[in-house]
Unconditional design. Structure first.
Length: 218
């Protein structure tokens, strides 16, 4: 297994939930770092929650991870310090060399400490994220940057903690990264992933599968 980087921060929901517009009215987007080992189940990190479970959480979005270098970029753009968890990320990963976690292929598997995970797709910025950040046109701005972080499915539960190695277990080989799909969801990219899904080589998460199918038929 080749090294992809190191776990820089593990973040859980702040116990005081954030009041936000919308039908749910509350959000757990405000995460705070912990230095303690955290148990991870198929539904995510123990001690974390999601309020809007129609769009967040569940098996296919159990963990949200971002690349640490993206916060270096956004701190320059926003001219402010961005503490761990501020974007709602559960894991902040210090990735290695030129590779970043947004370059992971859909369906790629990693080992993080005692936990095995699978990359299911990109995070789509929403109105709650914009409200939390308080930045004008934040959704468009975040999307245009094209490095949204990834959702992870837990394949093998266990424990994670700051400092754990992140290693590559398996890369499907279809060549469609989270970043490239997020930037330009073309029919050719969709077919490449769907062919492996249809053959049983990988199982694509439902929330990503519907976009792949839509791209092929548009």
């Amino acid at each position: 297994m080749s090294s992809l980087g190191r776990l820089e921060a593990v973040c859980l929901a702040h116990p005081v939930l954030k009041v936000v517009p919308g039908h749910v009215g509350l959000s757990a987007i405000d995460k705070r770092p912990t230095s303690e080992p955290v148990t991870v189940t198929t539904l995510g990190l123990r001690g974390d929650i999601q309020c809007d479970r129609a769009h967040h959480g569940g098996v296919d979005k159990a963990i949200y991870a971002m690349d640490a270098r993206e916060f270096t970029y956004w701190e320059r753009e926003l001219d402010t310090e961005l503490p761990s968890g501020v974007f709602g990320e559960n894991l902040r990963i210090d990735s290695s060399s030129e590779w970043g976690i947004d370059d992971a292929e859909i369906g790629e598997r990693w080992q993080i400490g005692g936990v095995r995970v699978e990359v299911t797709g990109p995070r789509n910025p929403c109105a709650t994220f914009a409200h939390h950040m308080g930045e004008e046109r934040w959704v468009r701005r975040f999307r245009d940057h094209g490095r949204p972080g990834v959702y992870l499915k837990v394949v093998e539960p266990g424990q994670v903690r700051v400092g754990d190695d992140v290693t590559l277990v398996d890369r499907p080989g279809h060549g469609v990264s989270v970043a490239s799909w997020f930037a330009e969801p073309t029919p050719d990219k969709a077919r490449a992933v769907l062919s492996m899904h249809d053959s049983g080589a990988i199982t694509v998460a439902h929330y990503t599968l519907k976009y792949l199918i839509a791209a092929v038929h548009r």
